[in-house]
Ligand binder design. Sequence first.
Ligand SMILES: [Zn+2]
Length: 261
Amino acid sequence: MGKYQSGKNTHGEILGFKTIIKPSSESVRRHYQKISETAKRLNAAPQHVLISKLNSIIRGWCNYFKTVCSKEIFSKLEYLTYKRIRRWADRRHPKKSKTWVTNKYWKTVKTDNSVFKSTGKYEVALHKHVKTTIARHTKIKGDASPFDGNTLYWGKRMSNHPEMKKSVANLLKEQNGKCNWCGLPFQEGDKLENDHIKPVKAGGSNKLENRQLLHKHCHHIKTKSDLKVIKRHKAEKEWNKTLKQFNLRDWIWVNDIPTLV
Ligand SMILES: [Zn+2]
């Protein structure tokens, strides 16, 4: 994982790169669970059926995460998948030796001697997690650091994360990776908060045009100033209500004072 995880600031403290770079452990867990459930459900199906089903699951997931996944995660999944299909195979032949089972279901393809592969009419090989080509949309430059002021670079990298909400990614791009309150660039590991520019309580909408990303601490300060806006909004609303009530009735000016009649 090297530089992807162990970015250090000038005080030698590890930065919180982890969350933004890797798929969440929850999505890794869910992915494996899907593999495991499929193997369970297809415990009596022919090998090629299992492989086809697993391939679409594995290819889809790997493709989705190829920009952010580390080799370690793919290796871990590779190992777990092997253990799971090994169990699938062994259970079908309780009276045969391990070697017999291995020879039946695992073949040699080129230099790889452990490919889970069916033979005959429906020849198909299981896709290996570790064979995923790791592609970074934006390559991590060896010397790039959140402190070098290259905000666009980090902004783009963060918004390319498949698990980042699209709306957040859009805002990030729109704001050039900078906080709208303090104007400073977001750094990896920063807590970003999605703020209503005009507070909802002051009549602001929930739409994207009324949204902005702020540092958590900046959001805190902004919220305080929002209170004034909300107060003013409430006072205005109150006044308008009074005025409306007033206009429903008949009134006249008496000594410069509007008076109900
Ligand atoms: Zn800020």
